[in-house]
Design a protein around this ligand. Structure first.
Ligand code: 44T
Length: 912
């Protein structure tokens, strides 16, 4: 480190020799010129270096060059990103932030890169800073809300609002501490509530550990706000890494934890407790010996758990986990064989599968039907280290359940009772009024399995890779065995001559020991992709709309005088995210349309954007099985970097007959960058071509829902036992709730559904002016939320709704920070704004009578105060040429060059 006194001081500038100044000025101006030149020729890396030099040498130019500097940085970062030069990318941002430390646009953009690279905590920090600098900065707001969902999962709110659960934990902790457990470790402390209970109960020493950085920091704030800063030591680490005496001075007499998920073991409680017994807890109370003092022995709250299960029929589960339709959108699906979801407990399940998913059974649309009585699957004592150790090496246990109701065997549902101590327990059963979800083990297999009363189910219970696994391996009926863990083709019921139930069962079990037949390859699709495939209404409508368009275009071609032109194929591009059948449906329509015509070339050339090899294979198999020639279907992404002539795509890129956009995410939000993509798509269309959909209408309504409030924010101090937690965790409250099942949400409707907004994709703006919508109240209550959904119009006649029984989409809702008390007949004024692709709604009560323009018969008005930001695109001049860019850092707007690559622009989805 150089001696400070020898370093040049601030007055350096004034003391500098004039020659030095001239040389410096020259360097600055030459570098600036080079920077601009490089920027113009799109050499962003060199431009960036020149700008760095200029602005470091001459900070006075910062204001002048800020916009071009940012633009250069973003372009350079894009390039580095695509080259995988991640370190260089972040170094560039660091350098930029040294020059502009309080530039919210740079901070936000760096946050986006961090998020995509998986650094969510760091990303959140950047969005948070950007928002602090400019609280109304929409991009940073949207980004922060997105990460908030990742950082602080929504169940934290539910658990903290569950006063019953908190109180039971408090009672159990109080009893243990007062009974002599004086040193306590809270594993997975979250906001610190259980640790604070222990301290309040009088524990001498309290330690807490938390894995998540965000939660750890939050716990620190909470504990300080409750005047326990010096008395609870919080560690940011996984309990498995804790050592004595490095992290805590000696073994503790009580571990409290709620590191359990809906499937009990999914948060790693078994491993956590084995480690705690080996390294962090005093020895357990020994049943054989006379009771030792609680301060000399260790114990755990919860003391143990009992796991229960039940077989269910449930259509909602079925349509998300297996293919249920024989044909979709004009395509028979039998050619692909079995397709199932990534949730599987079968013997051949690998790393890409999860053994269970979670659902709140009571909230599933369409409900569920129990097929057996509930059964006890497992008992576990958390205070018995040996039992914990032996759990995973234990043999698989087999249960024999009797079917009590006729139905389709769709899943095993699992819940548990958590025994906090002898007196207090919590239950996660479906009929219980708790926030808990149940673990769902779907039945996989090529066929629906119908069962009837008297049938028996063989269920295997095991604990592998720290997960509890339940698998229904066979159904036994009248001496016949149907094995569900193997592929048996047509004749599914194996015969067994025994009539005695005991013999029958033994032979069924013996049958299970034999070698399993290798099943043919089964394909895997995400749950939402399967639900989409099962959505026949959606595909029928798409088929009809696409059919209409292709027929029109074919007719238009047939009258062209030039035979070369009239035999030119129709090009269809599907840029859906994830798996989609639409391109293949278009190709199949092309085959149907070409029938009877003399030309043997395919009428439609369809391009699919599916990326995964498995997805491409499924489409290939379906094409084969449905008589679609190979050349009619191409995979666009296989050719993006392929300059050779292999790709027979439209020569000018302007000849697409149809482009299919994927508009709504499964969670119920409009996809990011939809407007940009629609703009791009329109300029790639041939005359008479169209984009699907052409229009999206947003609908919504006023509701009162306590449940949504509970899931959104901690409701004061009462539920959290008087501890002051709400203001801290509520910083992570987000205004929009996603993945809602509106049809089963516990709520009171306070208005009729109402049209909120139309997004015209044939005429897009980046930013629409805000609209005011007047909604009349139809029932008195408190407006706590405004759920919304979409009608997706494919053309003038055909549309699909995101709020229907068959939909693979969920709904979303704006949750109001301050509920609005209303009475029947009141009018509520909603201000609905779409910025980029994100929706925001604010509501106020209209006091006086509402004047309506009867002549228009409309109660929707565009606000004239709102300025159309989208149109106000800044430009800057560079050596006579004009570049167009958005000042917000959103990347350049496609004006002159419309290339297909634009469809694959990054949105803020994490890279996998
Ligand atoms: N979800 C419940 C699971 N942790 C609860 O980082 C219930 C889900 C749920 N920290 C709907 C409703 C509900 N060492 O912050 C987390 C986690 C942390 C650890 C240190 C460890 N070994 C661990 C393990 C986990 O513990 C906290 C709680 S995990 C509880 C999960 C209302 N859907």
């Amino acid at each position: 480190m150089p001696n400070a006194t020898t370093r040049p001081k601030r007055s350096r500038r004034s003391r500098r020799a004039p020659r030095e100044d001239t040389a410096r000025n020259e360097l600055v101006s030459r570098s600036l010129e080079s920077a601009q030149q490089c920027l113009y020729s799109q050499d962003y890396g060199t431009a960036f270096v020149h700008y760095l030099l200029v602005l470091n040498l001459e900070p006075l130019l910062k204001d002048f060059a800020k916009d071009s500097f940012r633009f250069t940085l973003f372009k350079w970062a894009e390039e580095l990103d695509s080259l995988g030069r991640i370190q260089d990318l972040f170094d560039s941002y660091e350098q930029a932030l040294e020059l502009f430390p309080v530039d919210e646009v740079i901070l936000n953009s760096m946050g986006e890169h961090l998020f995509r690279m998986g650094f969510r905590d760091e990303a959140a920090g950047h969005f948070h800073k950007a928002l602090k600098l400019r609280p109304d900065y929409p991009e940073a707001k949207e980004n922060f809300y997105r990460v908030a969902n990742w950082l602080v999962e929504r169940w934290h709110f539910l658990m903290l609002n569950d006063r019953g659960r908190n109180h039971k934990y408090q009672l159990a902790i109080q009893k243990a501490v007062r009974g002599g457990c004086s040193t306590v470790l809270d594993i997975g402390t979250g906001t610190g509530i259980l640790g604070m209970c222990a301290k309040k109960a009088g524990a001498a020493e309290v330690y807490a550990c938390e894995l998540s950085k965000t939660m750890y920091e939050l716990a620190g704030e909470v504990v300080a706000a409750n005047d326990m800063e010096g008395s609870i030591k919080i560690l940011h680490m996984k309990s498995l890494e804790m050592e004595i005496p490095k992290d805590i001075p000696k073994r503790v007499s009580l571990v409290v934890t709620e590191t359990v998920d809906a499937g009990l073991f999914g948060e790693g409680i078994i491993e956590t407790l084995i480690h705690a017994w080996n390294h962090l807890l005093l020895p357990p109370q020994n049943a054989q010996e006379s009771p030792a003092s609680p301060s000399e022995t260790g114990r755990v709250i919860p003391a143990g758990a009992t796991v229960f299960g039940m077989a269910v029929e449930c259509q909602e589960i079925r349509r998300h986990h297996r293919l249920c339709v024989p044909a979709v959108g004009g395509l028979g699906v039998s050619a692909v064989g079995e397709i199932h979801s990534p949730v599987s407990c079968s013997a051949d399940a690998d790393d890409s599968t999860e053994p269970y998913t979670t659902e709140r059974l009571s909230r599933l649309p369409g409900g569920y039907k129990p097929l057996t009585s509930s059964f006890r699957a497992l008992d576990i004592d958390f205070n018995d280290p040996q039992e914990l150790e032996s759990l995973c090496s234990r043999d698989v246990s087999r249960l024999n359940l009797t079917v009590t109701q006729e139905g389709i065997l769709d899943a095993l549902a699992v819940w548990f009772q958590l025994h906090l101590d002898e007196d207090n327990s919590l239950s996660t059963a479906p009929q219980e009024k708790t926030c808990w979800e149940q673990a769902i083990y779907p039945i996989q297999g090529p066929l629906d399995c119908s069962v009837k009363p008297g049938d028996r189910l063989l269920v295997e219970v095991s604990c592998k890779d720290a997960y509890l696994r339940l698998c229904c391996v066979a159904v036994v009926r009248d001496g016949c065995v149907l094995r569900l863990d193997t592929w048996e083709g047509g004749d599914v019921w194996g015969s067994d001559s025994a009539s005695n139930p005991e013999v029958e069962l033994c032979s069924a079990l013996a049958g299970l020991q034999t070698d399993r037949e290798e099943p043919p390859e089964a394909f895997m699709l995400e749950c939402s992709e399967l639900a989409l495939l099962n959505n026949t209404h959606y595909h029928q409508n798409f088929q009809a709309a696409m059919g209409k368009l292709l027929t029109q275009l074919k007719e238009a071609r047939s009258v062209l005088p030039d035979p070369a032109q009239s035999s030119e194929p129709l090009y269809v591009l599907d840029v859906s995210e994830g798996f989609s059948l639409i391109s293949l449906m278009a190709a199949k329509l092309g085959v149907n349309l070409a029938e009877g015509s003399e030309s043997d070339s395919a009428l439609v050339r369809a391009y699919s954007s599916v990326e995964k090899l498995q997805h491409q294979t499924i489409l290939h198999l379906l094409a084969q099985g449905n008589g679609v020639p190979v050349k009619a279907l191409e995979f666009w992404l296989n050719h993006v970097e392929d300059d050779s002539a292999v790709l027979q795509r439209p020569a000018t890129e302007k000849l697409w007959s149809a482009i299919v956009l994927d508009c709504v995410e499964t969670c119920g939000l409009i996809r990011q960058k939809l407007m940009e993509k629609a703009t791009l798509a329109r300029c790639l269309l041939e005359n008479g071509g169209r984009i699907f959909p052409e229009r999206i209408v947003i609908y919504g309504m006023l509701v009162e829902s306590d449940m949504l409030l509970q899931e959104s924010a901690v409701q004061g101090r009462e539920p959290t036992l008087g501890f002051n937690i709400a203001p801290f965790i509520n910083q992570f409250t987000v205004p929009i709730h996603v993945f809602l099942d509106l049809s089963t949400l516990e709520c009171t409707h306070l208005s009729e559904p109402k049209e909120f907004f139309t997004l015209d994709l044939m005429n897009t703006h980046n930013n629409y002016p805000a609209r005011e919508v007047m909604v009349q109240v139809s029932a008195s209550g408190r407006v706590t939320a405004i759920p919304f959904w979409y009608q997706i119009h494919l053309d003038e006649e055909l549309s699909v709704s995101t709020f229907s029984q068959e939909s693979h989409w969920k709904q979303a809702a704006v949750v109001l920070q301050d509920p609005l008390c209303v009475t029947v007949g009141d009018w509520v004024r909603l201000t609905v704004q779409i910025h980029k692709s994100s929706l925001s709604i604010s509501a106020t009560k209209e006091d006086g009578p509402v004047a309506m323009d009867a002549s228009k018969g409309e109660d929707v008005v565009a606000m004239d105060t709102a300025k159309e930001e989208g149109a106000a695109v800044e430009t800057f001049k560079l050596e006579g040429s004009t570049m167009t860019y958005t000042p917000s850092g959103g990347g350049p707007v496609a004006t002159e060059s419309c290339s297909l690559e634009g469809f694959f622009m990054d949105s803020m989805s994490p890279k996998t």
